[in-house]
Design a protein around this ligand. Structure first.
Ligand SMILES: [Fe+2]
Ligand SMILES: [Fe+2]
Length: 228
C-alpha cells in the first residue's frame, strides 16, 4: 500500500486497509508525531497515540477512511501544549471570532487554534479532518463520520481512567450515534455536577445524536414535557 499526496487528502485514493503501523510510518504521520513529541507532555502524547489507535479501530468497524481518521486523531490536540495566554494570542493573530462562551473558556481554544495549526504547519486542507479537530471537545449537531470517531475516541480511549470509557468504546463499535449521545450526556452530567458552563454545541450534540438514535432505540422518550 502506498499513501501519497497526504498534504491534501484525496477522496479518490482507495486506502486498502492500512495497518496502524503503516499509518504511523507514513512520512506525514512521522512529521506530525515528531512535532507532538517535542511539544506535548509524554502523558498527552500517549493520549494522542491512544486516541489514534481507538479511532482507527472504530473506523474499521464503520467503514470510515482510515487515513483521515488517523490524521485527525494525531492532530486533534496539536495545540494542547499552549498556555491560555498563547491560545488567546493565537486567536487574536488568526483573527478568530470567538463566541461568548469560548471567550471565557480557554479549555475550548486548543480545538479552534488546532485547526489553524493543522493547516499552517502540516498543510492539512481536508474538511473532514479539520472538522474533527474543531469539534473534538464540544461536538456539533452536524458532525461527519470522521468527527464522530474522534469525538468518541477522545473520550473513550483506554488510557482514560473513568469507568465510562470502556462502556463507550464497546457501544461505539456497533452504534456510533448512540456513543456520541452517551459521550455528550456524560459531559453534560459532569459539568452540571461541578457547576461548569455547558457550551451550546455540547447540548446540540446531545440532542442531535438522540434524535438519530431514536429510530433504533425506542426506549428513548423524546416526548418528555420540559414544562411539566
Ligand atoms: Fe483536546
Ligand atoms: Fe484529546
Amino acid at each position: 500500500m502506498t499513501l501519497t499526496k497526504i498534504n491534501s487528502v484525496n477522496r479518490n485514493i482507495v486506502f486498502s486497509f492500512p495497518t496502524l503501523s503503516e499509518l504511523r510510518e507514513h512520512p506525514k504521520s512521522v512529521e506530525i508525531q515528531r512535532y507532538l513529541t517535542e511539544k506535548l507532555s509524554p502523558e498527552r502524547y500517549e493520549h494522542v497515540i491512544s486516541v489514534q489507535e481507538t479511532a482507527v479501530a472504530l473506523a474499521r468497524c464503520h467503514n470510515a477512511d482510515l487515513w483521515k481518521t488517523s490524521l485527525a486523531a494525531l492532530l486533534h490536540d496539536v495545540a494542547k501544549w499552549m498556555s491560555d495566554d498563547q491560545l488567546y494570542n493565537a486567536v487574536s493573530l488568526y483573527k478568530i471570532e470567538l463566541d461568548p462562551i469560548e471567550k471565557i473558556m480557554p479549555a475550548l481554544l486548543h480545538a479552534i487554534v488546532g485547526v489553524k495549526y493543522a493547516i499552517d504547519l502540516f498543510e492539512i486542507t481536508d474538511l473532514d479532518i479539520l472538522e474533527a479537530i474543531r469539534c473534538h471537545t464540544t461536538g456539533s449537531a452536524s458532525m461527519g463520520l470522521t468527527a464522530k470517531l474522534i469525538y468518541v475516541a477522545d473520550f473513550a480511549e483506554p488510557k482514560r481512567e473513568y469507568k465510562e470509557a470502556a462502556q463507550v468504546r464497546l457501544l461505539a463499535e456497533t452504534d456510533l450515534d448512540k456513543a456520541v449521545h452517551t459521550v455528550a450526556q456524560y459531559k453534560i452530567e459532569y459539568l452540571l455536577q461541578y457547576g461548569g458552563i455547558i457550551h451550546p454545541n455540547t447540548i446540540n450534540t446531545y440532542n442531535s445524536a438522540l434524535v438519530k438514535t431514536r429510530k433504533s432505540n425506542d426506549r428513548i422518550n423524546l416526548d418528555v414535557d420540559e414544562n411539566a
